[in-house]
Design a protein around this ligand. Structure first.
Ligand code: NAI
Length: 349
């Protein structure tokens, strides 16, 4: 079904507020989730609300966090999220990073002790909208088989990047370092669809097409994706003095406990490296160049990263956002589920 963006945001906000989040925090989380749905990243949109609401209601997300921002150098800082909603802490930390990069050219901010923060594109876009380059990486629960391994060690550890062009356009890349994000498996489950056999493995380590049979995910490009997820775990875990590798908390392990996750934002101010207008012109030029590349057989066009999501956002803005009926039914119901996700394995089973 289709639903207007503001209506979806309001439904999410009301549900999270009912679960125990303050109105202010519920509004921000709803904004991040609707951002994802509006860009077609449904794996990180409204479908997460049922899990968040259960965790909030059980005390596994701090509803009254004491955020602390501590500058540790001219271009560095630690933002302590006190295990509040990750979306809220990551957004506030990015606001600080933007300010710091405006003044000093660069900002590296470690966001410590947070809960799940959703689609990282939201945070790098905050920077791009201010004519800055945004980079963000974060830990997620261990569910990926390292190259050559038969057991999970790293998370789907995403990397996001955004750079501004002219006229409020920007180029943006945002991906899990697995062939697919775990949320895509959840999305396939919610729609009762099969998955390609290149995404994940079953208990025996064999490729599977059944989203309900998934026991571990696969890194992108074998040892290369595995290397990237290692890098993310060091930057957003070990560097911030947080649990790392397979000691990172699991999403569904115990919904009464805090997750203590880490995220790292890097913001670069182009003005400290080159002429800003020239930079914006050249980013727009590279977007245009990419679009003018001759498409390979079977492709209609070569898109720059983030372009299809931006086009979808414009279409959804006009015609409403596509969401699964069951999710809508849950959102309009007065229910906060008590036992859908708690004490499950990494794959919610
Ligand atoms: P995806 O596979 O949907 O897209 C990956 C990237 O490829 C995007 O930048 C997209 O713009 C680009 N792309 C896709 N098709 C393209 C095409 N035809 N031409 C040009 N570029 C194209 O993303 P993925 O890996 O499924 O991640 C989804 C979301 O999950 C992300 O927002 C990520 O931040 C989030 N995530 C969050 C986690 C967390 O713990 N907070 C953990 C893992 C993922």
């Amino acid at each position: 079904m289709r639903i207007a963006k503001h209506h979806l945001k309001e439904l999410i906000k009301v549900k999270l507020n009912k679960a125990g989040l303050t109105e202010e925090h519920a509004e921000i989380v709803a904004d991040v989730l609707v951002h994802a749905d509006a860009r077609g990243i449904h794996s990180h949109g409204a479908m997460r609300v049922e899990y968040y609401a259960e965790r909030i209601a059980k005390g596994g997300i701090n509803t009254d966090p004491d955020f602390k921002f501590e500058k540790t150098g001219p271009c560095s800082a630690i933002f302590d999220g006190d295990n509040g909603a990750g979306h809220v802490a990551a957004k506030s930390a990015m606001d600080e990073a933007i300010q710091m990069a405006r003044e000093n050219g660069i900002a590296v901010i470690g966001v410590r002790r947070i809960s799940h923060s959703g689609a990282l594109s939201y945070f790098v876009q905050q920077a791009a909208k201010e004519k800055l380059i945004g980079i963000s990486v974060c830990q997620s629960d261990p569910m990926v088989v390292p190259y050559g391994g038969a057991e999970p060690y790293y998370g789907t550890n995403p990397i996001a990047f955004a750079a501004p062009g002219k006229d409020d356009y920007f180029i943006q890349f945002d991906m899990a370092t697995t062939v697919q994000a775990w949320g895509k498996i959840l999305h396939a489950r919610s729609k009762n669809e099969t998955i390609p056999d290149t995404w994940a493995v079953n208990e025996k380590g064999e490729p599977t097409t059944d989203p309900f049979d998934v026991k571990a995910l696969l890194p992108i490009a074998g040892p290369k994706g595995y290397g990237l997820m290692m890098m993310v775990d060091i930057l957003s875990g070990i560097l911030l003095g947080l649990p790392f590798g397979n000691n990172v908390t699991s999403m569904y392990h115990d919904l009464t406990e805090y997750r203590n996750l880490g995220q790292l934002h890097i913001v670069i101010n182009p003005e400290f490296f080159t002429n800003l207008n020239g930079f914006l012109e050249n980013i727009s030029q590279t977007m245009e160049d990419i679009n003018n590349i001759k498409p390979a057989p079977g492709f209609d066009k070569v898109y720059y990263p983030g372009q299809r999501s931006a086009e979808r956002e414009r279409e959804y803005e006009e015609n409403g956002i596509e969401i699964v009926d069951d999710i809508y039914e849950y959102l309009i119901s007065g229910k906060i589920h008590n036992n859908t996700y708690d004490k499950k394995d990494a794959f919610a089973k």
